[in-house]
Design a binder for this molecule. Structure first.
Ligand code: GLU
Length: 377
């Protein structure tokens, strides 16, 4: 059954497993204190969902905001990376305690998972994280996930929990992601401008949708903003996961969603499974392979990328790295795991298979990116 409006996220028949992402401004008040009453009511709503037969994974922001208030750091703890890391270390231990207490009061066992980008980018670690989530859900615990901000430096950061939520949904096989923040959803422009309207349904994320997503978080505590939410919708959508954005500021946001059905629902665009879903959600690209027009047409009809169709190789990558595949007019066509290093690709680009052995001194593989290790975008 497909979710057809934001409240469908709460129906266990449509969404047996829900990933619920909670933005910093909902966890931490403007005075820097945790919004314990709000968390308590939400924990009761999560318990209701679980009794109705829905499994729930919580993605909770708020560590940096909480820690910054406790350490008295400027700019909400985001002035420097070192500040953010220190704030997260102090805030996360408090955040975990708050969730453990709130969930326990309503009969649920909380389980903390802190992840860095690499935990989901590297296939083996991704599978480990999926297995842990699965085991926790089977054991009826409520996973509470956040980025491991105290060790994540800029190169290894997701940077926002919206994308993290989409990747977790993919890893756990969830049916839906509900992003709760301080905005009602996607607006046709800046929500504070007159004449702007809430967009209830997005069937496909195109350039018009990206253009609408210019505004930032109103409370300004999180890092996400609407652009990160739309990026999360794209990651989720490619893996067949619906995503909705709702305003969670008021008390009992799930009950409110059930009655108002207000928010923006992004319909899934495809249903990539397993390895392809993982590839489609990955963030780091080590280089670019530019393919000629004939080759792009072949890729679109399901072929692998062959060296003969490659006209340019950018970047420095090794065998097994993730690369972008672009057309000659610089359009992103897809992503895939490359079979050869950048140096080897440069030696064989443009050459038919019969000449690879002479160019490389060996010829271990026939494709540059195999179609099973590629997603078209
Ligand atoms: N992981 C960050 C925190 O817990 C929040 C990231 C975000 O704003 O999305 O504070």
């Amino acid at each position: 059954m497909t979710v057809s409006s934001p409240s469908g996220m709460l129906d266990p028949a449509q969404t047996p497993l829900l990933v619920l992402k909670i933005g910093s401004s909902l966890i931490v008040g403007s005075d820097g204190a945790p919004r314990k009453d709000w968390m308590d009511v939400l924990a009761s709503e999560v318990a209701e969902q679980r009794s109705a037969g829905q499994q729930v994974i919580i993605i909770s922001s708020g560590a940096i905001a909480l820690g910054a208030a406790r350490l008295n750091l400027p700019q909400g703890g985001r002035a420097t990376l070192a500040d953010a890391q220190a704030a997260a270390a102090v805030g996360q231990i408090a955040l975990a305690g708050l969730w453990a207490d709130a969930l326990a009061q309503h009969g649920s066992v909380a389980a903390q998972l802190l992840l860095t980008l690499d935990d989901l980018e590297e296939r083996r670690r991704y599978l480990n994280a999926s297995a842990t989530l699965q085991r926790l859900l089977d054991a009826e615990a409520v996973p509470v996930v956040n980025e491991n901000d105290s060790v994540a430096t800029s190169e290894i950061r997701f940077g926002d929990n919206d994308r993290l939520a989409a990747r977790i949904a993919q890893a756990a096989g969830a049916g839906g992601v509900l992003l709760m923040s301080d905005v009602d959803g996607l607006y046709t422009g800046n929500p504070q401008d007159e004449g702007c309207e809430l967009v209830p349904l997005v069937k496909a994320v195109d350039s018009a949708v990206h253009a609408m997503a210019g505004g930032a978080s109103i409370a300004g505590m999180g890092t996400g903003g609407m652009a990160a939410k739309v990026a999360a919708a794209e990651i989720a959508g490619r893996a067949g996961v619906a995503l909705a954005i709702i305003n969670g500021s008021g008390p009992a946001p799930l009950r409110r969603l059930r009655s108002s059905d207000r928010g923006t629902l992004f319909m899934p665009s495809r249903n990539d499974k397993g390895r392809k879903a993982w590839l489609g959600g990955r963030k780091a690209d080590k280089g670019v392979l530019v393919a000629d027009t004939g080759c792009v047409a072949a890729l679109k009809s399901g072929a692998s990328l062959l060296a003969a169709g490659v006209v340019e190789v950018d970047g420095d990558f090794s065998r097994g790295d993730l690369v972008m595949i672009q057309s000659e007019d610089a359009k992103l066509i897809g992503r895939g795991l490359v079979e050869y290093s950048a140096t080897e690709c440069r030696k064989i680009m443009g050459l038919p298979l019969a000449q690879h052995e002479a160019a490389l001194g060996q010829m271990p593989r026939s494709t540059v990116v195999h179609r099973d290790s590629m997603v078209l975008l």
